[in-house]
Design a protein around this ligand. Structure first.
Ligand SMILES: [Zn+2]
Ligand SMILES: [Zn+2]
Length: 362
C-alpha cells in the first residue's frame, strides 16, 4: 500500500476501482451504472494515483460520490463508505474481478522485478491482430511498431475462420497474409523477423477449426477458447484434446476470463498444464488488461507443472502493444524464470524451436 507524506495509507487505484465497480453492481442498467463503470476502468488504467483523474473526468452527479471515496484512508474506511453510499447494502466482490492488476500495480511489481523479466528486455512481440481479422492496424504498421519497441522477431496472430464475430481468416485469407509476411521478410527481415501465427478456435469437443494440412503451413498454431466459457461443467477433456492436437504449439488465454464479465472455464489445471509441459506446448500469459489470463496464481501452478511460457499483448491496435508489460508483471509475481519464457529468446533460437515441433524448449 502506498503511503502519503503524512504517513497515512493512501488508497490504491485497484481499491478505488473496486469500490466504483461495487457501486455500479448496485445500480440497475442505465447511465448511472455506465458512469460508475467508466470511472472504475479509469482508476485501473491511471498511470499515477487515480483520485484526481477520476474526479476530474466524472460527470457532475458522480463527483461528490467519488470525492467521498477518494477521501477514505485505508480499505476499511472505503468499504464502510461503499456500504453507506449503497444505502446499507453489503457489496460482495465479484469473482470475475479477482486477481487483476491495475496499471500502477504493474509498475510497482516491475520496479522490484528481476532485470531479465522487464518489458524492455523482450526480443519477441507475440500475439497481435491486424485488419485481416479484427485488429485496427495493417500488418506492416503493426510490424513497424514492434520494431520501434525493440523487438527483433514478432508473431502476427489473427483469428481463424471459426471466430465469425472477429471476421477470422479463411484459407485464402491466410495465404494472402502469408504473401505479405514474405514480402516484409524479404525487405525488412534483417531488422524484424515476422512469423505467421494463427489463433485457432478450440471447438466444443476440443478439436480445432483448422485442418492439419493448413496447420502445417503456419509458423505457429495458437489454440484458444472463445466460446462455451461459462464456469459450468469441468472442461479438462476439451483442453487436453486441443493441447494434444498435432501442430498446436501454444495454449492461449486458457481460462477465457474477462474482467467484470466472466470468470472463464473450470478445469483440472494441474492435468492440463502437465500435458502442456509433456508436449512442449507453451502456456500463453495474456497481458491484455481485461484478460490477464492466466493470473499469477494459475501461472505459478503452470510453472510448478514444468511449463514454458510466452507473453502476449493480444494487441488489436499499435497502442495495445505495450500490454505485454502486464504479462511481465504476472510472471514476475509468479516467480517464473526468464529462461522459460520465449519472448526473451534470440530469434535464431526461436526459429530453431519453430522448425522442430518435437522440441519442448528452445
Ligand atoms: Zn483470443
Ligand atoms: Zn487474440
Amino acid at each position: 500500500m502506498m503511503r502519503t507524506p503524512a504517513g497515512r495509507a493512501a488508497l490504491s487505484n485497484r481499491a478505488l476501482a473496486e469500490a466504483l465497480f461495487a457501486l455500479a453492481d448496485q445500480e440497475s442498467p442505465g447511465d448511472r451504472r455506465v458512469d460508475l463503470l467508466k470511472a472504475g476502468y479509469r482508476a485501473l488504467d491511471a498511470r499515477g494515483p487515480a483520485g484526481r483523474e477520476v474526479l476530474g473526468s466524472a460527470p457532475g452527479w458522480l463527483r461528490p460520490l467519488v470525492a467521498q471515496l477518494v477521501a477514505c484512508h485505508g480499505e476499511g474506511a472505503l468499504t464502510a463508505a461503499v456500504e453507506r453510499l449503497g444505502a446499507g447494502r453489503k457489496a460482495g466482490r465479484r469473482p470475475a474481478r479477482e486477481r487483476f492488476l491495475s496499471r500502477t500495480d504493474v509498475e510497482s511489481i516491475l520496479a522490484s522485478a528481476p532485470e531479465e523479466l522487464l518489458p524492455q528486455r523482450m526480443r519477441g512481440a507475440f500475439h497481435w491482430h491486424t485488419r485481416d481479422s479484427d485488429g485496427r492496424g495493417t500488418l506492416e504498421g503493426m510490424a513497424r511498431a514492434c520494431r520501434r519497441r525493440g523487438a527483433s522477431w514478432a508473431v502476427v496472430s489473427d483469428h481463424s475462420r471459426g471466430l465469425e464475430v472477429a471476421s477470422g481468416l479463411d484459407r485464402e485469407g491466410v495465404l494472402l497474409q502469408r504473401h505479405k509476411v514474405r514480402r516484409w521478410n524479404d525487405t525488412h527481415g534483417e531488422d524484424l523477423l515476422l512469423l505467421q501465427g494463427l489463433e485457432v478456435e478450440i471447438l466444443e469437443d476440443g478439436t480445432v477449426d483448422v485442418p492439419r494440412v493448413e496447420r502445417n503451413e503456419l509458423d505457429l498454431v495458437i489454440a484458444a477458447v472463445h466460446r462455451r466459457l461459462e464456469p459450468g461443467p469441468d472442461q479438462t477433456e476439451r483442453l487436453l484434446r486441443a493441447v494434444e492436437t498435432p501442430g498446436v504449439r501454444v495454449l492461449a488465454h486458457p481460462r477465457g476470463r474477462l474482467f467484470h464479465r466472466r470468470q472463464g472455464i473450470r478445469a483440472r489445471w494441474e492435468t492440463v498444464f502437465a500435458a502442456c509441459a509433456e508436449r512442449g506446448v507453451l502456456v500463453e500469459v495474456n497481458g491484455f488488461p481485461r484478460r490477464q489470463d492466466p493470473d499469477w496464481e494459475l501461472t505459478r501452478l503452470a510453472s510448478e507443472a514444468g511449463c514454458s511460457f510466452v507473453l502476449a499483448s493480444d494487441a488489436h491496435a499499435v497502442a495495445h502493444l505495450e500490454y505485454d508489460a502486464f504479462a511481465c508483471a504476472i510472471v514476475a509475481r509468479a516467480g517464473v524464470p526468464a529462461g522459460r519464457i520465449l519472448n526473451f529468446a534470440q530469434r535464431e533460437a526461436v526459429e530453431d524451436w519453430i522448425g522442430n515441433p518435437g522440441a519442448g524448449v528452445w
